[in-house]
Design a protein around this ligand. Sequence first.
Ligand code: FES
Length: 165
Amino acid sequence: MTTRRKFTLVAIGTALAVASSVGGAALAFILGPLRRRASHEPVLLDLGPASAFEALRAGTSGPEEVLMERTVEDGYMTRRVKERFAIVRDTSAASGLVALGTTCSHLGCGVSWNATRNAFLCPCHGGVYGPEGAVLAGPPPKPLTRLPLVVSGGRVQLDAAALDV
Ligand code: FES
């Protein structure tokens, strides 16, 4: 084998080795976030002791608003988002409670509980939701989003993975 031919083979081999190591790392970097996002592990948000919700569960008090922050990984970005829920009574749930999203199903405004009218009211276009989140009046096409709660170890918890679907 001539020296020129040996040199060409070594150069091609070196180029292939460099390309495969750089390409593999680049591919792992690009596809890594997709793999992370695919794993929907439960992320339990602690809402407090179950005893704090006894009156609500017994039906002697109205919905309770909960504000909290959580970390969201979305592709390449990690950010903190604020969440607002209303915890309401739900006799069909094992926990006796359910969390309602407070985003109006019409165009996404925030709804708030109004004790006088016994309803969640949307300030934007007059949407009205009942205490269980059902649409009572106005343009909203769907009820408020229901997010199941679990009671574990005497604490009320919400699976935040349900917020990402
Ligand atoms: Fe709530 Fe339109 S955004 S009624």
